[in-house]
Design a protein around this ligand. Structure first.
Ligand code: COA
Length: 356
């Protein structure tokens, strides 16, 4: 059986920045409230579609792995904000990277990237695939009703990707275990009315937005992630003390601190980058992997525990033993097209619609 090891990683963050003060300029909130209650200081607003973010992150991950797109034999793209539903945007990424393989999108909300890595590792372990690209990409700004302060402050746009490769050997490396769950009793607490349930002939139906019961999701998130993290550690025979780094979904710094506290994992072992990006849903974990590598937080052979939760209410946990390499083999020259607008200019049509 082959181990599924991460050999490439890349992220794509759109350049336009929306600060807490920018948001406080149009709704009743403050930088102090947002940073204290969530840990978020800014988020990025995309001037391009989700697939463009995904393709750049994918090309950077391929370069880091020293691979070309034609060597990939499966693409799994996690998103809840695809630019098209038909076809899926994994197909767009596939065309951009020149791959010839299976490709599909998954919607498991903020847990989507971990769902994707779990499924990829199983494909590799079974021998069905050898090199799998997993992308998490979101343009959640598309869904935001900027007059609703409970969600306007939380979300941002971005993408991250990893390449997983099957590696033979005596040493146990790569994905050591994963667990997936869904709590349908909580599906009303985090939702958007976007989909075929909309009356496409009624302009009112275009007023869809993300509805969030923050307190309920907060409680269920901590509980859901904790139980799956504990299960994954137990099944892998790894104890808390052997966890070197925790890379959780970045939805709220207080959720992360509660999870670490309940699991008695010291905060020094927990990676948090929510201040810079807000909640980019399924992209938070691959972006955090890239940042943790850049900051030297991921060492060869270290045990990384990751947990996520999102609409559904989905949850997922993953235990990953990093391989030997923590630097990219190559760099990519893939870039987004230049952005001529500020973040405020990018959200102006939505502000005019929702806030006037
Ligand atoms: N600015 C200022 N005040 C705000 C605010 C904002 N952006 N949003 C809410 N408030 C107010 C509320 O109106 C409430 O006021 P009241 O006490 O006068 O009624 C007060 O702040 C506390 O609201 P509450 O909802 O209890 O805050 P909270 O501490 O639970 O934080 C969230 C709200 C949304 C940040 C938090 O619940 C959360 O992070 N939830 C989960 C995140 C999530 O679901 N993410 C998406 C899924 S991945």
């Amino acid at each position: 059986m082959q181990n599924a090891v991460v050999t490439g990683w890349g992220k794509c963050i759109p350049p336009a920045v929306l600060t807490n003060d920018d948001i406080a300029g149009f709704i009743d909130t403050t930088d102090e409230w947002i940073s204290k209650r969530t840990g978020i200081r800014r988020r990025h607003i995309s001037h391009v579609n989700t697939s463009a973010l995904a393709s750049v992150a994918a090309q950077r991950a391929l370069a880091a792995a020293g691979l070309s797109g034609s060597e990939i034999d499966l693409i799994i793209l996690a998103t809840t904000s695809p630019d098209t539903l038909i076809p899926n945007i994994a197909a767009t990424v596939q065309a951009d990277i020149g791959a010839s393989c299976g490709a599909f999108d998954i919607n498991a909300a903020c847990s989507g990237f971990l769902y994707g890595v779990g499924l990829a590792s199983t494909q590799i372990a079974s021998g069905q695939c050898h090199k799998v690209l997993v992308v998490g990409a979101e343009r959640l700004s598309y869904y935001i009703d900027w007059s609703r302060r409970e969600t306007a402050v939380l979300f941002g746009d971005g993408a991250g990707a990893v390449v997983l490769e099957g590696v033979d050997g005596d040493r146990v490396l790569g994905v050591l275990g994963y667990a997936l769950h869904n709590d349908p009793g909580g599906r009303e607490f985090l939702k958007s009315e976007f989909g075929t349930g909309m009356n496409r002939f009624d302009p009112e139906s275009l007023n869809f937005y993300i509805h969030l019961d923050g307190r309920e999701v907060f409680k269920r998130a901590v509980h859901g992630m904790q139980s799956l993290c504990v299960r994954v550690l137990e099944e892998a025979g790894v104890c808390d003390a052997e966890v070197d780094l925790v890379i959780p979904h970045q939805a709220n710094a207080r959720i992360i601190a509660s999870l670490a506290g309940r699991m008695k994992l010291p905060m020094e072992k927990v990676f948090i980058n929510i201040a810079q990006y807000g909640n980019t849903s399924t992209a938070t974990i691959p972006i955090a992997i890239c940042d943790a590598l850049d900051e030297g937080r991921i060492k060869p052979g270290c045990n990384i525990l990751s947990g996520a939760f999102g609409a559904g209410l989905t949850s997922a946990a993953l235990l990953l033993r990093w391989g030997d390499r923590t630097t990219p083999l190559n760099s990519s020259d893939a870039e987004l097209p230049p952005c001529e607008s500020s973040a405020m200019e990018l959200i102006r049509p939505a502000l005019d619609h929702f806030c006037n």
